[in-house]
Design a protein around this ligand. Structure first.
Ligand code: SF4
Length: 281
């Protein structure tokens, strides 16, 4: 499903900086985390010195959940077994091209795979794995503009389905622990923005007044995996704030406001630590 895109002069500016005529959520969050890390990855396009195994793990779990929904869409629900989802996990894991893997404390490929098995098993046992309605889109790429002074945004909807009482947009996350209200509030802007971008799709489905429901589904990496389904309220103030943040981030990118923003949490997983040590403005 392709959404209409207007001519946007900021796209050419973005293409001249990063080679991409759009902004993605990943670019925006990387810049917020550390502008220099964003510059190394998206502008200088340096090869990663290594890849965080935790990042690859999240991508592989995501691939397994996508495979599950593809089975449902094809009418092959019985094919969605832990073994088949692990196959999708293994395939995604094998696609790693991000350099040598760096593991967290007490982690290796085998125990992460065991963890994946537990998480996918918990997911299949949870009712959230059986969306009550018609699946409309899986991993749907959307592109739309939020202003001619900002490049088009590129986003991907994990799952959109139509139930009896709502059009549901779901975003899947893996997490070290359970999400609390604060974490939901921090992440809500992304989902609210995606819902705004998906409006042409959802309005076509909701012309009889069925409401829109936004949900995060969190799979925890805890010893006993937990599955959380967390609802986010569509909120015009949060949407306006998210757009304002993106506008400011884009202005900083376009003006070359790049600097290191060291923090123990982010530097530990940064794939550009050597380049960072050698950097000077
Ligand atoms: S090592 Fe830290 S400060 Fe340097 S680029 Fe990476 S995240 Fe930024």
């Amino acid at each position: 499903m392709r959404l209409p895109v207007l001519d946007n002069p900021a796209n050419a500016v973005s293409a001249a900086i990063t080679g991409r005529d759009y902004l993605s959520h990943s670019q925006i969050t990387t810049f917020q985390m550390c502008p220099l890390r964003w510059w190394f990855h998206y502008v200088a396009q340096l090869p990663r010195e290594h890849l965080s195994a935790g990042l690859l793990f999240g991508q592989a779990i995501h691939a397994a959940i996508e495979a599950h929904h593809q089975f449902l869409l094809a009418g092959d629900a019985e094919m969605s077994t832990v073994e088949n989802l692990l196959r999708a996990y293994d395939e995604a894991w094998a696609l790693n091209t991000g350099g040598p893997l760096v593991y967290g404390k007490n982690e290796d490929a085998a125990n992460l795979r065991d963890k994946a098995m537990g998480m996918l098993s918990a997911f299949l046992d949870d009712e959230v794995s059986r969306p009550a309605g018609e699946i409309v889109a899986i991993e749907e790429e959307m592109r739309s503009t939020i202003g001619v002074d900002i490049p088009d945004l590129l986003a991907r909807l994990d799952l959109l389905y139509l139930s009896d009482d709502a059009v549901v947009i779901r975003d899947f996350k893996t997490s070290r622990g359970l999400w609390d209200e604060k974490k939901v509030a921090e992440a809500a802007g992304q989902l609210i923005l995606y819902a705004a971008m998906a409006r042409p799709i959802t309005e076509a489905l909701t012309d009889d007044g069925i409401p829109l429901r936004l949900e995060f589904v969190v799979l925890t990496k805890t010893k006993v995996p937990r599955i959380q389904t967390l609802t986010v309220e569509m909120n015009v103030d949060a949407l306006a704030r998210t757009k304002a943040v993106i506008r400011q981030v884009w202005r900083a990118m376009a003006r070359g406001h790049v600097y290191p923003n060291p923090s123990p949490m982010h530097c530990a997983s940064c794939p550009f630590t050597r380049a960072c040590r050698q950097w000077s403005a």
